[in-house]
Design a protein around this ligand. Sequence first.
Ligand SMILES: [Zn+2]
Length: 318
Amino acid sequence: MDSAAAKLVARNTLTIRMSHTAPDGKNVVVGRFAPSPTGPLHFGSLVAAVASYVSCEKWLLRIEDIDTPRNAPDATDSILRTLERCEFVWQEPPLYQSARLDAYREAFEQLKRDGLVYPCGCTRAEIADSAVSQTNSGERPYPGTCRGGIRAGRSPRSWRMRVEAEDIGFEDLIQGRYAQNLAGEVGDFVLLRADGIFGYQLAVVVDDAFQGVTHVMRGADLLSSTPRQIWLQRALGLSEPVYAHHPVATGRDGEKLSKQNLAEPVDLMQPGEAVRRALRFLNHEPPEGLAPGGQLAWAKAHWDTGRVPKVRTLSAGA
Ligand SMILES: [Zn+2]
């Protein structure tokens, strides 16, 4: 056992990692696709599914249904049905974040014991009104109002993770070196929201460790979340996966395809065409005449992360 793994066992009862070893004892590259069930799978999320699938040896599914007010009825079934139609294969049942609240609570309590989280009494409007200007990552750093304690007469609304004025960076397999000064660009971020829902960053970090994910391949819209996730991994004594952020598909308006700009669901009548389009978007062109599963198998065998366009956004029509 290496020292990082020993530390993990010593500090965390919550990270009983799923074991992924080949029969010859070698470690397996474990990837994951983690959609939020807010609507049917559209081209942008199919790209994320394909990219994660073809770039790993073992592919896991996670349904990020923790943000219950945003969940759409039947969206999970619809997403899984679309993946089946596109002939994705997964061996393990999906992990549902809604069933993982105890694990998030345990990680949160550990950070609290370590003095790394504190209650915040600020309202959303107060933070928006604060004098701190928006940074180039598009986020408004929390000014640290409640760091030294909540103002008199206020009660805790959310709980925040302390960050420091240091660069947290990593080598992205597609986008290259990426770093953020968390204090300057993000500020102390929310781990437990005012509505009682655990923050996205905490849930993702706890689940990636639990699922034994070694390679995170996902859209570049999450690039700016990664330093916060690395910060949490270090605080929790978890190992850091390898990261690769592929370009995000944009529509005619130049915006990321999403339910908000009415991105069309993947056409279940033409799954082969949908998978081919996603692979082409990632700059991989399978031979003609293959069924969707055959295209995915071909791409797994011929996958080259270096061929993926090194940009953060790319038109879906390209
Ligand atoms: Zn505050």
